[in-house]
Design a protein around this ligand. Structure first.
Ligand code: HEM
Length: 93
């Protein structure tokens, strides 16, 4: 039987990616690299850079983003986030 180990991206790692040319966010437990998208975001660059290196599930869902937005996300997928990223953002850690 082969040994498989799930690899989650840690809070420490996600938190490093806060610069305009190296920016990650987490939505619904998944890490996205938004570096190449942040400039062209229809809702503006600032709302995303405000949550750079963090979970922004609540902000993303509150806007009621379209199916198009969800498709864009798929192209930016990096990997699965450790749950501590979300716990930290929402004050549960
Ligand atoms: C990081 C991933 C995100 C993607 C891929 C994304 C994508 C999009 C897209 C495609 C639109 C156009 C409308 C639509 O299709 O729904 C949009 C609009 C908008 N987004 Fe985002 N968004 C992201 C994150 C966020 C975040 C974190 C916020 C924070 C509040 C935000 C706030 C908004 C707002 C306010 C609009 C409306 C702009 C307007 O119509 O005037 N977005 N976004």
């Amino acid at each position: 039987m082969s040994e498989t180990k799930e690899q989650y991206i840690s809070l420490a790692e996600v938190s490093k990616h806060t610069k305009q040319d190296d920016m990650w966010v987490v939505i619904n437990g998944k890490v996205y690299d938004v570096s190449k998208f942040v400039d062209e975001h229809p809702g503006g660059e600032e709302v995303i850079s405000d949550v750079a290196g963090k979970d922004c599930t609540r902000e993303f869902e509150d806007v009621g983003h379209s199916e198009d937005a969800v498709e864009i996300l798929e192209r930016l997928f990096v990997g699965d986030a450790d749950p501590s990223v979300s716990f930290y953002r929402y004050g549960l850690l």
